[in-house]
Design a protein around this ligand. Structure first.
Ligand code: ADP
Ligand code: MG
Length: 699
């Protein structure tokens, strides 16, 4: 609110209390819906639409139909049955006839529904002392003698509450909607030209379509406009954050000589995939420009991100800069240093590993090599940023595993070199493009959507708990053939109510009873991180056959000899988590298997079925978005409100791409949105959005 001057105070900022038919008491009740101002009321849009043409005349209802009907309550009452069940019944009447509507076990409805009320009911028509409708859902459209409020041919249903029932809301809208819509024009921030180009209705029209659609598709058109607004506002804030980063320091202009890039190309035992080549072009273009790179590189496990990062690092080095790679754990940093070293040491480039295991004089010497610039490629964990390591000329920072590092950490590392270093963030957790655009709108996005050829896909199967013995037999065969196996559990330690097999107890059982002649290890989240590292190292060295673990193994350690991933209580895991786990096998030459053990309920069954049918991480991610919903994925649960009320990340990818382009070009032209024609937009971006945007770390 404080963002806007008194001159920009709009009618929609009025407290809802002063609207017709509201008053202090209802204003207080409206708090239960999060509505305090006229604007919030106007944006309180229906959640459901019923087409009146699908509403059946009561006289035409037949047994066996699934019917939607509207009628007035003629009489009502609670009827006890011999079984002790109390049934609320009402007789509904329209111009064509009457029907009994029955709600078994809901006698309390007798206090809610009155004679003369108008009801919308949906449910099956049964035969019970004549025709009887048993509603799955009902809506109180109007109280007593009020008009049913049937604007046009569509019945709308609002999100209502105990304090503000449906019919009250509908009454308030009936009295105020015209005025509210008129005031909405003061909020309009898009020019008629822009609206036309976008093919979207103006704000007041969009809201009118949502509240009073003539046909159901009207509501969809209105929704799209509000969705665009939401996406655009978010992208504006992210574009501002992006600009701030770019302005903090001029970007390093990398000079491409091909001195190192060419020999690496020649030395690689394979051809880059089309996706790798495309992504590298994007990265090279960023790096050789004076604009600072902030890029997210997404790719499924095994899509070849490391090779891409390596080329980017070589570009930095051949142009005379240093490149740093930051990994989430010590063991991953070591793995990277080893793999990268194998490829670049032959080219005459030394790789410096700055790990916590490096101490004393050796550490001081390494830090010194980084400071003087002798060390060209530096690999480490976040210790890289914590220990005030200073670089001679840091030109590129690669951050592995996005979700472990916050925005601030990656910025901090980039500042370590005096600022201006390009930043490439790699993530092995595929997320749908739209979700990536929404969550990381301040970054540019590169996607490796193609796997190198010749991979043997991991075979995934679903087994019931009573088939566990078969699974163990299979595990035994694989171990006998010289392979290693992961067994993953969702929890550690018995939780009181949930009857889950806990990793610690199962470890004991597997070790002493199932595989007594095999080496069985245990890894769980409550171990100290050095201990986790130690267990992982032992497994990597091949000194453990079966590793019992909780999901701490999710993040990328490569054990090529591991060929089976057995997941207990698979229904307890989210889809992308399962996919991450599956990515731990299939990294070597042998055919690999992912075995899910589960007795899934209906909801989980769908998830697990999707999972067994595809190895494509992006397909898994889209299914996850569809099944779990975007609120969950955006991590908005703790706020209690979804980040987007109107935008749908599955439907609106086109709008999101558009919104990002529009927002970025706007922020280029007018970074502070100071121009008079941006006043309405600036007001919008005030109190209403700031809080939600905090969570993106760009507030
Ligand atoms: P990611 O980091 O995305 O999980 P990596 O970069 O570790 O994937 O690559 C996985 C494996 O595939 C490595 O052994 C790598 O050498 C190999 N690889 C990478 N790119 C290709 C390619 N274009 N063709 C064949 N193999 C490749
Ligand atoms: Mg650059």
């Amino acid at each position: 609110m404080d963002d806007r001057g008194p001159a920009s105070y709009s009618n929609l900022d009025r407290p809802v209390q002063f609207l017709k038919g509201v008053g202090p008491k209802r204003a207080e009740a409206l708090l239960s819906l999060g509505v305090t101002t006229a604007r919030e009321l106007l944006y309180h849009t229906p959640r459901r639409y019923d087409d009146a043409s699908t509403v059946q005349p009561i006289g035409s209802l037949q047994v066996g139909m699934d019917a939607t009907a509207v009628g007035r309550v003629r009489s009502k009452g609670v009827i006890p049955t011999r079984a002790g069940l109390r049934i609320f019944q009402a007789v509904l009447q329209d111009g064509t006839g009457m029907i009994t509507v029955a709600w078994p076990g809901q006698p309390w409805l007798d206090r809610k529904i009155r004679e003369g009320d108008t009801l919308l009911v949906t449910g099956p028509v049964r035969f019970f002392h004549g025709h009887q409708l048993q509603p799955r859902e009902h809506t109180l459209l109007a109280r007593g003698g009020d008009e049913a409020g049937r604007e046009g041919t569509i019945f709308v249903t609002y999100p209502a509450s105990e304090e503000v029932p449906q019919w009250v809301l509908r009454g308030i809208f009936q009295k105020n909607l015209d005025a509210l819509l008129e005031w909405a024009d003061e909020d309009e921030w898009l020019s008629p030209g822009a609206l036309e180009a976008l093919g979207l209705p103006k704000l007041s029209r969009a809201l009118s379509l949502l509240h009073r659609p003539t046909v159901i598709s009207d509501a969809g058109a209105g929704r799209r406009r509000l969705a665009y607004d939401e996406l655009f506002f978010l992208q504006v804030v992210q574009a501002q954050a992006r600009r701030l980063q770019a302005e903090a320091a001029p970007g390093v202009v990398h000079r491409r000589t091909n001195e190192l890039i060419r020999p690496l190309h020649d030395a690689l035992p394979f051809q880059l995939t089309g996706a790798q080549a495309r992504v590298l072009r994007e990265i090279y273009a960023d790096m050789t420009s004076d604009r600072r790179m902030s890029r997210l590189l997404q790719g499924d496990v095994g899509s070849g991100k490391t090779v891409v990062a390596l080329f980017a690092m070589l570009l930095a080095v051949e142009g005379g800069h240093q490149a740093a790679l930051m990994a989430p754990t010590e063991i991953l940093a070591e793995q990277h240093a080893r793999k990268i070293g194998e490829m670049v040491v032959p080219l005459g480039v030394e790789v410096e590993l700055l790990s916590a295991r490096l101490t004393g004089a050796a550490r001081r010497a390494a830090v010194e090599r980084v400071r003087t610039g002798e060390a060209k490629m530096v690999v480490g964990t976040h210790a890289l940023i914590q220990d005030a390591v200073s670089f001679h000329a840091l030109g590129l920072v690669v951050v592995d595993e996005q979700h472990r590092f916050g925005v601030r950490q990656r910025m901090a590392l980039s500042e370590a070199g005096g600022g201006g270093a390009d930043v490439l963030v790699m993530s092995a957790t595929p997320i749908p493009r739209s979700l990536a655009l929404a969550m990381y709108g301040d970054l540019d996005l590169s996607v490796l959507d193609e796997l190198p050829p010749g991979r043997t896909p991991v075979r995934t199967s679903l087994r019931r708990p009573d088939q566990r013995e078969d699974a163990y037999r299979f595990v035994e065969e694989e171990v006998a053939a010289g392979h290693q196996v992961y067994v993953v559990y969702p929890l550690v330690g018995e939780s009181e109510k949930v009857d889950l097999l806990a990793a610690t107890e199962e470890h004991e059982r597997l070790r002493s009873q199932v595989f007594p002649h095999r080496r069985v290890g245990l890894l769980h989240g409550q171990l100290a991180s050095e201990e986790k590292d130690r267990v992982m190292r032992v497994f990597l060295a091949g000194d453990v056959d079966v590793l019992v673990a909780t999901t701490v193994i999710e993040v990328g350690v490569d054990v090529p000899n591991a060929s089976v991933m057995l997941i207990e209580h698979a229904e307890r895991f989210g889809l992308s988590q399962l996919h991450q786990l599956r990515g731990r096998v299939g990294r070597g030459a042998a055919e690999s298997h992912c075995i899910l053990i589960s007795e899934p309920g209906e909801e989980a069954a769908e998830r697990l079925k999707v999972f067994t049918e595809t190895n494509d991480g992006f397909a898994v991610a889209r299914a996850d978005l569809r099944i779990r919903g975007q609120g969950d994925l955006l991590g908005a649960q703790q706020h209690g409100t979804p980040v987007f009320r109107f935008a749908d990340l599955l439907e609106d990818e086109d709008l999101l791409v558009r919104a990002q382009a529009d927002a970025r070009s706007l922020v280029e032209r007018d970074p502070a949105l100071a121009a008079p024609e941006h006043a309405a937009l600036r007001a919008h971006l005030g109190a209403r959005y700031r809080e939600r945007l905090e969570m993106f770390g760009v507030g």
